[in-house]
Design a protein. Sequence first.
Length: 278
Amino acid sequence: MRDQSIFARVEKATVWFPTNEGQGVLVTGPDDGLAFNKWIVTAAHCIHHDSEGGMVLGDYYLEKVRIKDEEFTVRPLAVEPVSDIAILGAPDNQEFGNEADAFLAICDGIEPVPMCQREYKFGEKFPVHVWTHKGTWITGEATSWSPQALWMIDPDQGIESGTSGGPIINDDGELVGIVSNASDVIEDGITEDGLSSYEGYITSGTFPYPALALPTWACRELFYENQSPSILDDDPTEYMATLGLDVHGNPLGYVEQKPNVLKRFIDGLQKIVGPPWW
């Protein structure tokens, strides 16, 4: 990646979650005519969320985020703890009008980072760049595990834990991942296999590829040119196929093995009483 303007855009679009001390990155959300057109993507472990049903029942879970040295209020829109990815946006403008207006106003002056939707091959390696919470760039190599949502990263130097939720971009400046977790955390300067490294740093780990880790509805909003398509509009088959999924969200080639009990009952009944009179 040689275009310095790409670096600058990502740096300006990176935000900070002070409560859990993690990062996030601003991306373009849906253009729904209400100006709710900026989302923040981060690691799920960087925010508070409820796993006991409160979020489904409509409880408000608000999060503080720091943008340009000012704090704003946002709300979770989707949290996927298995892949460790989350989306946040403006709070409900009916309940939190001032907070929503303030968040959207600050976002208007920030250019969002484009999301990568390229179809990488399984095992494909490509260069990546990580913006840390220390204000520095770290380069490395990512490995695609497509169609799985979690991919590998092997940075050229250690990544400190405060960088969690931060952007991982490719050479084109597209967001390919979020700093998530380590498969090799260094303690006392020595790894488990005896290799010396950076004490308290991550030397390798996994990260979620948003195009595969985010919910289908969010991907439709993010990758359909921000046209807010209705579920009833457009045939999603082609787009879902680029994600390795069928229109039901199952892996391509998946065959649901469910016995059709009703059909078997009717077929058996017809053998006894003959075809239906209707």
